[in-house]
Design a protein around this ligand. Structure first.
Ligand code: MOS
Length: 735
């Protein structure tokens, strides 16, 4: 089904099941520990052996030799795989570094060997006996030091490297009020709960992998490409995922090595990237240096806005697209954005929750706060004044829907914004300096083709199959709600099967496109099934109403199940989106409010309250959507206050490669969160009229925290994370 804008009235608009705050249908499996995760697939294949990954001990250079003699003789060892005996391997088009390194080493902890043994402990012990002789060479590891050598990376059509509108330089120079500041964000790790893990089993030349991956079709395509086997010989199964955040968008070493290990050992092999490997073996969010310039008239109208960002990646990698929201968020006649990319021999940089916007808004929205102060304006009033209802770079493209100002209005009232002192360091609660801050949330709404198959059996049970994934987001539930609404059955009559490459190819989970795109694919399949049902029952499908387990037309009413009496019925289709982008800009919006207390003596920051007001089209399930947003707000708080991969700039690796050294927020760090969704439907997004919220929720949070800290203390910290050492000496009470 080709989606034609605008979406018309359709059965989803009944919102008897869709739009309702239903409990997760996979909840009982999750809380009883019976949802099978990849590493727990004990019954999926017999006689499983364990693989242990050995990571490179240098960041760049060559392996001169590997001595496997001792390891091979160790108890329980079944096989050892290295690049020199793995046969010829290709590379998936979404991988920058090679997943099995050697002799060239491209980054620290790049996998160089897999040891397969009867038990995990035997594999680990034997791996410690592998002797690798390295010839290290000099790499580049420090973004700040490489900044001057950064170059303009190749532009992509969807994301140009540089943009220019009007005369930025002239307008900025002429602006009566202006700001020119530089902000930095650190490297960050996805740090999801479930490590990357795979069980691989060969049957002849056919391979099945049970893994943990957000994008089943990408994984299957890239694994087939890497192994050099036909895609048809490969099955990827990933029905339950313990968090991904972008770290599981791509094929990673666990999948490839499990497949190679299983081939070498002639047994099913399971492999996990144990926690200490994850920060350096997989991908991370790259650090940025961002320069922002804003010029305005005295009344606060932006006349010039410029955003430049520098980041680094391995050769062949891409930039962190931290300027992309600045192209769309505020009005202003004269504009420029630019991205520059340095070669860094650190592990591969890639997408992490709201790639681009998350770090980009940490800078832009702090700059907006600073600019409002220079103008003597309320930071909300400054943003509202510079709202735009069209793409400011391409004014012929209106936003399909943009209610950012309303988010601020509702949020300000709810949060008690009027009680904020515009002068910083004025409010005190015992030992705490108290401040509140605000920031815009902005994230584009991407749509992508998504297919599903929906079946009906004689019991009236509806089964949905699609390779869509649920990374903790609620996909199972919103897909079931979609099918229930379309076919007029209760939620408990719907079975959802996800995450299997044998099913129709979906959008997968990424870029917050999954909820809208995958349910729209299920919608399309349901439309097909409704036609088949109507035909079977001899009902005119344009008249048929599906409700209460019945199909009704005129004064006829037939149980839905009767349509499948002679045998199950199936509808299969995909939703396809044309060039929606040409006519409309689709984005999601929000306003984040944060109250912090900063200890006057120690400069320790505690978040006291958080509020997000989001405008993101139809909210398919307010309960699962709220969970997405509070999780994202929590992650944003981490980015503001704690998360940082510490780079060893001499040896080229992330030092804090575990959850003790890489700090993320815990419950005690996040006392109170509230989420409000504007009641809206966007007919330009899909027949579902929905958008995504999973990434919107993190966008802007970091800056709202930073702005609250400034409001509390009068200290501006422009280098994230805002740890107490950066505040301490500049605190109001500091001697
Ligand atoms: Mo996302 S960073 O596309 O999972």
């Amino acid at each position: 089904m080709k989606f034609e804008i605008p979406a018309t009235q359709n059965p989803i608009d009944q919102t008897t099941v869709i739009g309702q705050p239903r409990d997760r249908i996979d909840g009982p499996l999750k809380v009883s520990g019976t949802a099978p995760y990849a590493y727990e697939r004990h019954d999926a294949a017999p006689n499983q052996a364990y693989g242990y990954v050995l990571g490179a001990a240098i960041a760049k250079g060559r392996i001169l030799s590997i001595d496997l003699k001792e390891a091979r003789a160790a108890p329980g060892v079944l096989a050892i795989v290295t690049a020199s005996d793995a046969g010829k391997l290709g590379k998936g088009k979404r991988n920058t570094a090679t997943l099995l390194g050697g002799p060239e080493i491209e980054h620290y902890h790049q996998a160089v060997a897999l040891v397969v043994a009867e038990t995990f402990e035997q594999a680990r012990a034997a791996a410690s006996l592998v002797r690798v002789d390295y010839a290290p060479s000099q790499g580049a590891f420090d973004l700040a030091a490489e900044k001057e050598r950064a170059v303009k990376p190749p532009s992509e059509e969807s994301t140009p490297t540089d943009t220019q509108v009007g005369d930025f330089t002239g307008a900025f120079a002429a602006a009566p009020v202006s700001l020119d500041q530089t902000y930095t964000t650190p490297d960050e790790s996805h740090a999801m709960m479930e490590p990357h893990a795979t069980l691989a089993a060969w049957e002849g030349d056919k391979l099945t992998v049970w893994t943990s991956n957000q994008m089943v079709d990408w994984a299957a395509t890239d694994l087939a490409q890497t192994l050099g086997i036909p895609r048809a010989n490969l099955r990827v199964v990933s029905p339950f995922i313990g968090g991904g955040f972008g770290g599981k968008l791509f094929l990673r070493a666990d999948v490839l090595l499990a497949a190679l290990g299983a081939r070498a050992a002639e047994r099913p092999v399971k492999v996990t990237l144990h926690r200490p490997l994850m920060m350096n073996n997989t991908t991370h969010r790259p650090a940025t240096i961002q320069r922002i310039r804003i010029g305005a008239t005295k009344d606060g109208t932006i006349t010039a806005i410029g955003h430049e960002s520098w980041s680094g990646d391995l050769p062949g990698g891409g930039p962190e697209v931290a300027v992309q929201q600045t192209r769309l968020l505020y009005a202003g006649a004269n504009r420029m954005t630019a991205m520059r990319l340095a070669v860094l021999d650190l592990p591969e940089g890639n997408a992490m929750r709201a790639p681009g916007e998350a770090p980009g808004l940490m800078a832009l929205e702090m700059a907006m706060d600073e600019m409002a102060e220079k103008l003597g304006m309320d930071p909300i009033a400054f943003r509202v004044l510079n709202d735009t209802q069209v793409d400011p770079e391409k004014p012929h493209r209106p936003f399909s829907m943009r209610r950012l100002n309303e988010c601020f209005r509702i949020g300000a009232e709810r949060f008690g914004w009027s009680r904020r002192s515009q002068r910083p360091a004025q409010a005190r609660d015992g030992r705490w300096l108290v401040g509140i801050g605000v920031a815009s949330a902005f994230r584009n709404n991407l749509v992508t083709k998504s297919a599903a198959r929906v079946g009906l059996d004689r019991q009236g049970v509806v089964t949905v199959e699609t390779d869509m994934t649920d990374i903790g987001t609620g996909s199972y539930t919103i897909i079931a709600q979609t099918a229930a609404e379309m076919l007029g059955v209760d939620l408990d009559k719907v079975i959802v099967r996800l995450g299997d490459s044998n099913f129709p190819v979906s959008s997968g989970s990424g870029g917050q496109w999954g909820a809208n795109s995958s349910t729209a694919g299920v919608y399309a399949a349901c439309v097909k099934l409704r036609e088949t049902v109507a035909q079977t029952l001899g009902i005119n499908s344009s008249e048929a109403v599906f409700t209460d387990g019945e199909v009704r037309a005129g004064n006829r009413s037939v149980p839905l199940a009767r349509a499948a009496e002679a045998g199950p019925l199936v509808g299969e289709d995909a939703i396809e989106f044309g060039d929606l982008d040409e006519t409309h800009q689709q984005s999601t919006f929000g306003a984040h409010f944060v109250e912090v207390g900063v200890d006057a003596a120690t400069a320790e920051t505690r978040i006291r309250r958080m509020l997000a007001v989001c405008a993101a089209g139809r909210i398919l399930n307010p309960k699962t959507a709220r969970s997405q947003v509070i999780g994202a707000m929590t992650m944003g708080a981490g980015a503001a206050l704690m998360e940082e991969l510490a780079v060893d700039t001499r040896r080229g690796f992330f030092v804090n490669h575990d959850l003790a050294g890489y700090e993320v927020p815990v419950h005690a760090d996040i006392p109170h969160q509230e989420v409000i969704f504007l009641d809206e439907t966007d007919p330009m997004s899909s027949p579902m009229k929905a958008k995504g919220v999973g990434e919107l929720g993190i966008c802007g949070v970091g800056a709202a925290v930073a702005n609250a800290i400034y409001n509390a203390t009068g200290v501006r910290v422009r280098n994230y994370p805002i740890t107490l050492d950066k505040l301490l000496e500049r605190m109001p009470d500091a001697a």
